[in-house]
Design a protein around this ligand. Structure first.
Ligand code: AQP
Length: 320
C-alpha cells in the first residue's frame, strides 16, 4: 500500500496540521510505503516572497522529521523537485469539468477571505490530483477540509482511466473523524492564513499565552460550564486520553473551577505533548543542511516514481 500526503509551505505549522494530518500520516509509515511532499507550487498561490517560501519549505521539512518521519523508510521531497507533475496536471485538466472546480469550497473560502482569485487558485485541485495520482497513492491522510479535493482526484482518475485506459490507482481519503477539523482561536478552522493558530514550534510560554487569552463566557466559578462548542475542550481532546477527556468534561459540568484553571491545565498538557517534537526540531535548527540533503535525495527518488506513471499517461494519450 502506498500512502501519500503533502503540506503547503505557506506559514508556520499549527495544531490543525499536526493533529489533523501529520500525526496520522506518520503513523501510517508502519503500514506501507509512505510518500510525503512539500507543496511549494501550491504555496505560490498565496506566498509571493522567494525568501519566505524557501524558509517555509525548510520549516515544513524539519517539522516532518521532528514529528517522526523516518527518511530511511519514507520519501520526503519538494513538489518542485518533480516538474513532471505539471505535465500530468495538464493531461488531467483535459478531463476536468469547469463546474467541478467551481464547486470546490476551498477556492470560494479563500476568495471570501480576500485572496486573489487567480487561475492557480482555481486550478489548485487539478494540480493536487496530479500530486496524488503521479505516485499511484492508495491512501491519502488529510484533514476534513481536503476531503472534497480527494474526491476531485478520484473523479479525475476514474474519468481518465475510462477515456484513455487504466493508468491511475483510485485513492482513498484517510480522515480521523475526532480531529477532522481542529478549530482556530476564533472558532473557525485553524489555518495558517487566518491568523488564528497555535503554532507547533514555539516556546511553551507562547503557547500558554495564547491559551490564557482564549475568550470564554462569564459563567461564575461555582456554576457548571457550557460544554457545547467549547474551544478548551476541542483543544484538550487533541492531547488527552478518552478517560482524561471524560473526567475533564465531567468536572466542567459539576462547576466549582474557573476557566483560568482549566486554561492552565490545558496549556500544561499541550506543552507536555509537544515537548519531544519541539526538542527534535531544535536539533534540526542546529543541523539545517541535513534537512536540505534529505529533501534533495527524496526528490531524486520521487522523480523516478513519477516518470513511470507519466510515461504510461503519455502513452495512452498518444503524446509519447
Ligand atoms: N484546522 C485543521 N484541522 C484539521 N486538519 C487540518 N489541516 C490543515 N488545517 C487543519 C490539514 O493539514 C494538512 C496540510 O494542510 P495544508 O497546509 O496543505 O493546507 P490547508 O488545509 O489549507 O492548511 P492551512 O493551515 O489552512 O493552510 P493555508 O492557510 O495556507 O491554506 C491537510 O491535510 C489539511 O487537511
Amino acid at each position: 500500500m502506498r500512502i501519500l500526503s503533502g503540506i503547503q509551505p505557506s506559514g508556520a505549522l499549527h495544531l490543525g496540521n499536526y493533529y489533523g494530518m501529520m500525526r496520522r500520516a506518520l503513523m501510517l509509515q508502519n503500514e506501507g510505503e509512505a510518500v510525503y511532499f512539500i507543496a511549494d507550487y501550491h504555496a505560490l498561490t498565496t506566498v509571493h516572497d522567494a525568501k519566505a517560501l524557501r524558509e517555509n519549505v525548510w520549516h515544513v521539512a524539519a517539522a516532518f522529521l521532528a514529528c517522526g518521519l523516518d527518511p530511511r523508510r519514507s520519501l520526503l521531497f519538494r513538489q518542485s523537485a518533480v516538474p513532471e507533475v505539471h505535465e500530468l496536471a495538464w493531461l488531467l485538466s483535459i478531463v476536468t469539468p469547469v463546474g467541478l472546480l467551481e464547486r470546490c469550497h476551498s477556492y470560494k473560502d479563500k476568495i471570501a477571505r480576500g485572496i486573489q482569485a487567480s487561475h492557480g487558485l482555481f486550478a489548485y485541485p487539478v494540480l493536487m490530483a496530479a500530486d496524488i495520482l503521479l505516485y499511484q497513492a492508495d491512501r491519502v491522510p488529510v484533514g476534513k477540509d481536503q476531503k472534497q479535493h480527494i474526491e476531485v482526484a478520484r473523479d479525475l482518475a476514474m474519468k481518465f482511466n475510462h477515456i484513455f485506459g487504466e493508468v491511475f490507482r483510485v485513492p482513498e481519503p484517510d480522515i480521523q473523524e475526532t480531529v477532522a477539523v481542529v478549530p482556530g482561536l476564533d472558532g473557525q478552522k485553524m489555518s495558517k492564513s487566518y491568523r488564528n493558530t497555535i503554532e507547533l514550534f514555539c516556546s511553551a510560554k507562547a503557547t500558554e499565552k495564547k491559551i490564557m487569552a482564549i475568550k470564554t463566557d462569564s459563567t461564575p466559578v461555582e456554576a457548571p460550564k457550557p460544554i457545547e462548542g467549547s474551544l478548551l475542550i476541542a483543544f484538550y481532546r487533541l492531547v488527552a486520553t478518552a478517560d482524561e477527556l471524560q473526567e475533564w468534561i465531567a468536572s466542567m459540568q459539576r462547576g466549582g473551577i474557573g476557566y483560568g484553571e482549566y486554561k492552565r491545565q490545558l496549556a500544561a498538557k499541550l506543552n507536555q505533548a509537544l515537548e519531544p517534537i519541539r526538542e527534535r526540531y531544535l536539533y534540526y535548527e542546529n543541523h539545517r543542511d541535513e534537512v536540505w540533503d534529505i529533501l534533495k535525495e527524496g526528490g531524486v527518488r520521487a522523480r523516478g516514481l513519477a516518470k513511470e506513471t507519466l510515461e504510461r499517461a503519455r502513452e495512452v494519450t498518444g503524446i509519447s
